[in-house]
Design a binder for this molecule. Structure first.
Ligand code: ACO
Length: 401
């Protein structure tokens, strides 16, 4: 209960909103969500239409610029992104400093932060072209850095971006082991990954995007802003959920164990939640989960993968959707529920799942950062608090305590 009389005089309206469930911190024209109806629009275009017809790079252009590109605009954008895929050679020094078994997301936070040290000199945040270039560099270099982190973590030499390949295929090529089956050339794999990138590209003021905006509100370097976004994404309540889903499915192990897993998730004392279920905004089916579910079956069929975890996932989904606890709380499978299985089928290692999310969400992060830089109403983000500590008291000397 807040004693209004005790609040500072300048306080107009003071809300106590833990987790910002009902507080808009900015205006944005990028992404629209209707959580009750299960609607997601990027710049007005339904996610279903973009998933069916577009590519990740085209979606990145749309998010950044507000309109779909003409053929010439797209070709120029693709050329620019391709031009910036290489890392400065000195990045290797940073990479080789990490422990060999570091989590790739830990390396990503460090590597993205280090980009600020490479591009600070030429960066004038007042210059729209400089800002645009920073955004393009990030979209282009994050996949290169991601693949390098992975290859370092397993002791393989870094593979340079092959710039005659398209965005998603190029990433798969950088990731994969040389003598292995050339999965990177498999069109089904590339299409599936591109689709996952589209679906993860933006989601308005989620925790990582809000973090990018909060850091951006101070006028910080954009690479540092995105490094902060990567850190926020890592947690299992946000982007880390896709990795956690797979670990959970592996722990459940067999379809006959699904019932006890659901029972455990309902028991608050257990501290166990069904990973990949529930969403802060969607209180209906996550529209991205609907698309991914279909893609998941297609990928497994076309790549000939017979994954027993899918059977566990299916049974879990049915069991949860029928269960009163999950129905009452509107806990539906979210985007991360199926994406882990697709990544696994594509041969992406589990610890890279959240990194995949970061590659895609970079498009959203930079778009929000760009939008914020020209927002005339933008100001430094500075939440307030409800103080629960001591009232004023006097200092006691050390020998009197
Ligand atoms: N399993 C079991 N119970 C759950 C789950 C779950 N996955 N999610 C929420 N609940 C329960 C809570 O215990 C709570 O129950 P109560 O009302 O009896 O106390 C109720 O549902 C509401 O949960 P909150 O935690 O208040 O919901 P919130 O909106 O704060 O959290 C979140 C949303 C973090 C996504 C949550 O549903 C969760 O932890 N899910 C699992 C992790 C996950 O999949 N995260 C990915 C999110 S999507 C993304 O980042 C791309």
């Amino acid at each position: 209960c807040i004693d209004i009389a005790k609040l500072p005089k300048e306080t107009g309206c003071f809300t106590y909103d833990v987790g910002f469930t009902a507080t808009a911190a900015c205006k944005s024209a990028i992404t629209y969500i209707d959580g009750d109806a299960g609607v997601l629009l990027y710049r007005g275009y339904p996610i279903e239409q973009l998933a069916k017809n577009s590519s990740f790079l085209e979606v990145a252009y749309l998010l950044m610029n507000g309109e779909l590109p003409s053929k010439t605009e797209f070709d120029t954008f693709e050329h620019e992104v391709t031009h910036h895929t290489m890392m400065h050679e000195a990045f290797r020094t940073f990479l080789y400093g990490f422990r060999h078994d570091a989590h790739p997301m830990a390396m990503m936070v460090g590597m993205l932060g280090s980009m600020a040290s490479f591009y600070h000199g030429s960066l004038d945040l007042e210059d729209a072209e400089q800002r645009r270039l920073a955004a393009i560099r990030l979209i282009a270099k994050v996949p290169t850095i991601a693949a390098a982190c992975y290859r370092y973590s397993i002791g393989w030499p870094i593979r340079y971006p092959k710039n005659n390949l398209e965005f998603t295929t190029r990433f798969l090529h950088m990731m994969k082991e040389v003598p292995s089956e050339p999965l990177e050339l498999n069109p089904v794999a590339a299409k599936a990954l591109d689709l996952l990138f589209i679906l993860h590209a933006d989601h308005e003021q989620n925790a990582s995007t809000s973090t990018v905006r909060l850091v951006g509100s101070t006028g910080a370097n954009p690479y540092a802003c995105v490094a902060a976004g990567v850190a926020a994404l890592w947690g299992p309540a946000h982007g880390g959920a896709n990795e956690a889903v797979l670990q959970m499915l592996e722990e459940i192990g067999r379809p006959e164990n699904v019932g006890s897993a659901v029972a455990k998730a309902k028991d608050k004392e257990s501290g166990f939640r069904l990973m990949g279920f529930g969403h802060r905004v969607y209180k209906n089916f996550d529209p991205r989960a609907k698309i991914i579910r279909e893609m998941c079956h297609q990928v497994l069929n076309e790549l000939g993968v017979n994954d027993p975890l899918l059977e566990v996932a299916m049974k879990l989904e049915v069991a949860a959707l029928k269960d009163e606890y999950f129905v009452q709380r509107k806990l539906y499978p979210n985007v991360d529920f199926y994406s882990g299985i697709i990544y696994k089928a594509l041969g992406i290692p589990t610890e890279m799942f959240t990194v995949m999310f970061a590659i895609a969400r970079t498009a959203g992060w930079v778009s929000h950062w760009l939008e914020q830089q020209t927002d005339p109403e933008a100001k430094i983000g500075r939440p307030r608090q409800i103080y629960t500590g001591y009232a004023e008291r006097d200092y006691t000397a050390l020998d009197k305590r």
